[in-house]
Write a protein that binds this ligand. Structure first.
Ligand code: SDX
Length: 428
């Protein structure tokens, strides 16, 4: 069923096609607007603008719905493995047992990085933020695989880049952490699965192997799944637009890591813990900090609250909050900032400022508390987000190329000086 919208501009009436999605979302197709009216649209932050057609993730902000390729996040988080979800997002369907085994084996065979890359790592100061290290190291991978830079590469080369990146990201992430501790790097082991390998590289020492608690492994798997994709968020849109110039996968994902680093996006999970710690140090007066968050003269924002799309509870936050209680109870950890987080949430959800603006806890509000319980330090939280979001970035990049989307190049409304003549410096 095709629909149209009428646009009245001055004396003229224009018809715009209406595109309808699988879940009945409606979009005004303005692809021919400038040609037929001379006008463009303007929408700072693209709050109302769709950039693409996508079949990867569906989210309904009003009803707190999130599905990967049609599967509810609640089922995947409970029953699937992260590598299984990565395959689902990238290739479109859950893999058969054989295909999953083959996918996992291929990943296992590519977890090592070139020895020369350790030289880059040594050059960073110990206090280098691991997101800066990760972004640079991911882009540096492209220099070891020149065939990945060929836009006309074969399907095998295309799939090999995907496998390599999924396999090497945990190694790069764990090595960034070990470097910050000035501890020896721990190499991946083929006997471990994805989560075991990552935790082993993070917490083992040459003198003593780390054996992860099954509760920790289960929680990590769940957290990675919950972060795996989120349709056209800031970092996914960055990966798509960088990839639209036919930049290679490593360069596109490196740009995504940089976009995620920002405290308004993936950097929020580190900012939440820093905020909760500050509130604890300040005596735990949640009312005072809620008032600061509401005060327009005060730049303070309640980190981990609010979302561009969810105007209801972020379904991921609900699952992470439950997992938080389970992990801390099972590990016997008393974390005072969890109590502060719960108090903040309760106070905020009863406060009309937050209710009026539909500001609810988002995925970042509780995730840092779990990461900390797993022994992961705050400066590594956004690296954990990157590890989880990698399959989503790859899926978005692949879909953009498969759809043959044009190079991204938005228009603008110019607000600068109109034409004027140059004045020699002696006459200014
Ligand atoms: C992620 O897009 C994604 O899907 C992202 C993500 C993913 O999986 O990829 O879900 C991951 O990035 C989660 C969000 C993490 N960021 C934070 O927790 C930082 C704190 N939150 C905010 O900065 C904010 O809520 C955003 C950035 C998340 C959303 O910002 P919007 O949609 O641009 O909304 P806005 O900034 O225009 O705010 C609307 C109103 C404003 O007040 P008024 O001008 O109407 O009076 O709400 C207020 C804002 O001041 N507001 C807040 C607030 N968030 C919004 N006030 C206090 N504390 C907050 N956290």
């Amino acid at each position: 069923m095709s629909e149209t919208a009428k646009l009245i501009l001055g004396e003229e009436t224009h018809e715009l096609p209406v595109t309808i999605g699988a879940e009945n979302e409606r979009g005004l197709d303005i692809s021919k607007l400038r040609g037929s009216t001379g006008c463009i649209t303007i929408d700072r932050g693209f709050k109302n603008t769709g950039a693409c057609y996508s079949a990867i993730t569906y989210l309904d902000g009003e009803n707190g719905v999130l599905r990967y390729r049609g599967y509810p996040i609640e089922q995947l988080a409970e029953k699937a493995t992260f590598i299984e979800v990565a395959y689902l997002l990238i290739y479109g369907d859950l893999p058969s047992k054989e295909r999953l085994q083959e996918f996992e084996n291929n990943i296992t065979q590519h977890t090592l990085v070139h020895e020369e890359m350790k030289g880059f790592l040594q050059a960073y100061p110990a206090n280098a933020h691991p997101m800066g290290v990760l972004a640079a190291m991911v882009c540096s991978l492209s220099t070891f695989y020149p065939e990945s830079q060929d836009p006309n590469r074969s399907q095998e080369a295309f799939d090999l880049s995907i496998t390599r990146l999924i396999a090497k990201m945990p190694t790069l992430a764990a090595w960034a952490y070990k470097h910050s501790l000035r501890q020896p790097l721990i190499y991946p082991q083929n006997r471990f699965n994805y989560c075991e390998n990552f935790l082993n590289m993070m917490f083992s020492m040459p003198t003593e192997e780390y054996f992860p608690n099954p509760v920790v492994l289960k929680a990590l798997n769940k957290l990675l799944i919950l972060h795996a994709d989120h349709e056209q968020n800031c970092s996914a849109s960055t990966v798509r637009i960088v990839g639209s110039s036919q930049a290679n996968l490593y360069a596109s994902v490196s740009a995504g890591v940089c976009a995620l680093w920002g405290p308004l996006h993936g950097g929020a999970n580190q900012a939440v813990i820093q905020m909760l710690e500050a509130i604890k140090e300040d005596g735990g007066d949640t009312e005072k900090w809620i008032a600061k968050a509401k005060d327009k003269e005060d730049p303070f924002r309640l980190m981990g609250f609010g979302h561009r799309v969810y105007k209801n509870f972020d379904p991921r936050a609900r699952i992470i909050k439950e997992a938080c209680n389970d992990v801390l109870d099972t590990l016997g950890i008393e974390d005072p900032v969890l109590d502060i987080a719960k108090k903040l949430e309760k106070v905020a959800l009863d406060d009309e400022y937050f209710v009026e603006r539909s500001l609810y806890p988002n995925v970042d509000f509780y995730s840092g508390i779990i990461y900390r319980a797993l022994g992961i330090p705050p400066e590594m939280f956004t690296v954990m987000f990157s590890l989880g979001r990698l399959p989503g970035w790859i899926a978005q990049w692949k879909e953009m190329l498969d759809s043959k989307d044009p190079i991204g190049r938005p228009r603008q409304i110019y607000t600068g000086k109109t034409a004027r003549d140059y004045v020699p410096v002696d006459e200014r």
